[in-house]
Design a protein around this ligand. Structure first.
Ligand code: PMP
Length: 317
């Protein structure tokens, strides 16, 4: 799995398209100095009716919620950014890609009060395969419990997808990789399971699908929400609850969810095999159903219509 960025041609910047390498900020922008930036990660999938973006509105609403927490006012409306995301995919001639809208503070303010810096919006998108590798989706990944914890609530706002939060995520990921694991699972400051560096976590125990409750230490993942909706529709009992660390070692199945990671099985935690050491039947069924829905091969669960927003690229059959 390549860790290098795959480039596209155009990036949407504050209402117009600029060439990939011309989307720039001054080095003294607040986003660079102090991490004043919120962002989203969204996937566009190929469907029988052409490329379509998965849960675009939900992602953009979360982006605006993130911005509001940091008192940032994006210069575009959600409807305008919806169009801009679709246009970015179309303009780059992409069918399947990852879209990364960013709202950030630029150059101007000198100190901690950021209001003197303008708010900018960028929408890059680029082709990005399975985040943990195509093999991971089949075979599952080996993970560890990280020695880094998630932040205490009311320190860094975890409900905001803010760039600064990802310093913690990078520590978790780098430590895991340095120790030979694909991912690290972070605990919260009470020692309960929180989430991966960029994924929510699910486990199956005696037929029940369990995921850590949203406790101010983990992100309200849109894939998490989708998987819960799909599970309910499939008649799988679900529970959101506090999850003690030791539960991980006795889970029958375990998997990670995220826009980039999709539904990735976990085959071991801290070198202890999960179940039979490969993707279990409920994980497989949910993964299959998720992939069918995002690719437009199966309908979204009843009451969840509008999960796919088609681009306006002409469909060639
Ligand atoms: N937790 C963290 C810390 C993340 O960065 C992500 C990826 N956005 C997730 C969970 C999963 O969220 P989503 O399913 O909305 O991509």
């Amino acid at each position: 799995m390549s860790t290098q960025m795959m480039e596209a041609e155009w990036i949407w910047q504050d209402g117009e398209f600029v060439r990939w390498h011309d989307a720039k900020l001054h080095v003294l922008s607040l986003a660079v100095q102090f991490g004043s930036s919120v962002f989203e990660g969204i996937r566009c999938y190929e469907t029988p009716d052409g490329p379509a973006v998965f849960r675009l509105r939900d992602h953009l609403e979360r982006l605006y919620d993130s911005a509001r927490i940091f008192r940032m006012q994006p210069t575009q409306t959600i409807d305008e950014l919806t169009d801009a995301c679709l246009e970015a995919v179309e303009r780059n001639g992409l069918t399947e890609c990852y879209i990364r809208p960013m709202v950030l503070r630029g150059y101007g303010a000198a100190g901690m009060n950021p209001v003197g810096s303008p708010v900018h919006t960028f929408i890059p998108c680029w082709p990005w395969g399975a985040y943990l590798g195509a093999e991971a989706l089949e075979q599952g990944v080996d993970v560890c419990v990280s020695s880094w914890q998630r932040a205490e609530p009311n320190t860094f706002p975890i409900a905001a997808k803010a760039a600064g939060n990802y310093n913690n995520a990078q520590l978790i990921k780098m430590e895991a990789v340095a120790n030979g694991f694909a991912e690290g699972i972070a605990l919260n400051t009470h020692g309960l399971v929180s989430e991966g560096s960029g994924q929510n976590l699910f486990m199956v125990r005696r037929g029940v699908l369990i995921t850590p409750v949203l406790d101010g230490s983990n992100l309200n993942g849109i894939t998490r929400d989708s998987v819960l909706a799909l599970a309910r529709e499939m008649g799988i009992p679900t529970r959101e609850q506090p999850v003690p660390r030791e539960t991980l070692y006795n889970a029958d199945e375990l998997f990670l969810t995220g826009t980039a990671s999709e539904v990735t099985p976990v085959r071991s935690v801290d070198r202890i095999a999960v179940g039979a050491g490969k993707a279990g039947p409920i994980t497989r069924a949910l993964q299959q159903r998720f992939m069918d829905v995002v690719h437009g091969r199966a309908p979204a669960p009843a009451g969840s219509e509008g999960w796919l927003t088609p681009t306006r690229t002409p469909v060639t059959r």
